[in-house]
Write a protein that binds this ligand. Structure first.
Ligand code: GLN
Length: 484
């Protein structure tokens, strides 16, 4: 997509472009890059005919009623890919799993309904790690997605398909989901922008639950502005999600006009351990220098419980997953295989329907919640989760506005390179903390190592996405301008 989301919407609104021509460009580009199963394996479901019909319908409607208020459709004609764990009535929602291979939702997720209302078109559903469990998109039952920058490498995960759709130039905006870094880490691996909003900022209604206390829908953008427009369209209170916050979202795109004077950026030392790849450290330090030269004040801070985030995450997330995934029992949704009696049916359905990583998480989650172990594992993990949250709250209360860290400890690794689950879990070492604390986070492309993109992460206080965007717009502009 050569035009930004904003330019596309302006072009369609003013009649310079038709929605059909925009959608045709998406599919042309998808074919060019090989987005299908035999290529990069980005898209799991699409209905091109239906998308073109929808585009024609939109074009047929005279713009007259919209012209009255040009802001009424901020994403008019903008095509968007959506991760396959977000419910759509028009396309299947499989969560990258065999157990939901044929599942079509009877309703749209709130985020999907809001995108449509903003004028966007959902052009397809993207590949993902099964039930969003993974960091590489290799855990999809439908085969791995490949990184468009280097197809021998993973795009990151679990929202790898959506990241690859944006990175390969098919669209400017795509939706992903985050439980422990699944938008920010693939954004870093693919050289694009990825935002995880504050827990409660965006409705989870229609997002298939993985770990309900951590899950949030996130947005990929080619640029910071694409991401800002995407988030703007989906954010805000929703009566259908009791955990959605009544706090109204800010106008994120306005952050591009703000200066960095007075902005205090913290550099948490625990995110820059001695073992950190020095090339990634350099990219972060360079970003800090750029932001300083634009007027930001930078200080060292400490978040002492950071190293406990991965063990805590891998108790809390599987615990919640084991409970959430109990609903896939062959009775109500998706796959049903017959076995000996009711128990046999459950067993056949679940052991054939779920892949190995999902099975591992269910076992782990059931174990840490079981009577003898609940206190030792789950309760203790929840207590430490509170400490991780408090670390952040204290730093922000002390006057720091935004934190800057690496997004991921590595660049995109080779497909098949990581077979040890624990090593894979370590991909989330810098991202899972924000999900545990409920704060917003964002990855912005900041450089490359051996031709592979590296993102830096901004973290902010609860519901302060705006300040994160101020820093992100400024960094993006400084990098584009070449100023140090
Ligand atoms: N990689 C992490 C996991 O496997 C996070 C996934 C996510 O954010 N959905 O659980």
């Amino acid at each position: 997509m050569s035009l930004s989301a904003r330019e596309t919407a302006d072009g369609v609104r003013s009649g310079q472009r038709t929605t059909r021509s925009v959608v045709e460009e998406v599919f042309r580009r998808a074919d060019e890059v090989g987005a299908g199963k035999d290529g990069l394996n980005i898209v799991l479901h699409e209905d091109r005919e239906a998308s073109l019909r929808e585009a024609d319908l939109r074009d047929g409607k005279s713009g007259a009623s919209y012209l009255v208020n040009p802001n009424a459709r901020p994403l008019k004609g903008v095509p968007v890919y959506v991760k396959d764990n977000i419910a759509t009535t028009t396309l299947r929602t499989t969560c990258g799993s065999r157990i939901l291979a044929d599942y079509v939702s009877p309703y749209d997720a709130t985020v999907v309904a809001r995108l449509r209302k903003a004028g966007a078109l959902i052009v397809g559903k993207t590949n993902m790690d099964e039930f969003a469990m993974g960091s590489s998109t290799e855990n999809s039952a439908y085969g791995p997605t490949k990184n468009p920058i280097d197809p021998t490498r993973v795009p990151g995960g679990s929202s790898g398909g959506s990241a690859a759709a944006v990175a390969s130039g098919m669209v400017r905006i795509a939706l992903g989901s985050e439980t422990g870094g699944s938008v920010r880490q693939p954004a870093s691996f693919c050289g694009i922008v990825g935002v995880k909003p504050t827990y409660g900022r965006v409705s989870r209604y229609g997002l298939v639950a993985f770990a309900s206390s951590l899950d949030q829908v996130g947005v990929f953008g080619r640029t910071v502005d694409d991401a800002a427009l995407g988030l703007q369209a989906i954010a805000g209170p929703d009566p259908r999600d009791a955990t959605s916050s009544p706090i109204e979202p800010q106008a994120y795109h306005a952050a591009q006009h703000d200066s960095l004077e007075g902005l205090v950026i913290g550099r948490p030392r625990e995110y820059f351990p001695d073992s950190l790849d020095p090339r990634i450290r350099d990219i972060c330090d360079q970003a800090i220098e750029r932001l300083k030269s634009l007027g930001a004040e930078v200080c060292d801070v400490s978040l002492p419980h950071t190293s406990l985030a991965i063990p805590v995450y891998y108790i809390v997330a599987p615990a919640e997953a084991s409970s959430n995934l109990a609903r896939f029992d062959g009775v109500r949704y998706g796959l049903r295989l017959s076995g000996d009696g009711l128990e046999g049916m459950y067993e056949a359905t679940r052991s054939n329907g779920f892949g190995p990583e999902v099975t591992r998480r269910i076992l782990l989650g059931t174990y840490v919640l079981s009577a003898g172990y609940y206190d030792a594992y789950y309760r203790k993990a929840m207590a430490i989760r509170g400490l991780i949250r408090r670390d952040f709250e204290q730093v922000f209360a002390a006057g720091v506005h935004v934190l800057l860290t690496p997004t991921a400890p590595t660049t995109a690794f080779k497909l098949g390179a990581i077979s040890d689950p624990y090593e894979m879990y370590m991909s989330d070492i810098f991202t899972a903390t924000a999900n545990l604390a409920g704060i917003p986070g964002m990855s912005v492309p900041a450089g490359a190592v051996e031709g592979l993109p590296v993102g830096v992460q901004f973290l902010a206080s609860h519901f302060d996405e705006y300040r994160m965007f101020v820093a992100a717009y400024a960094l993006e502009r400084a990098i584009a301008g070449g100023a140090v």
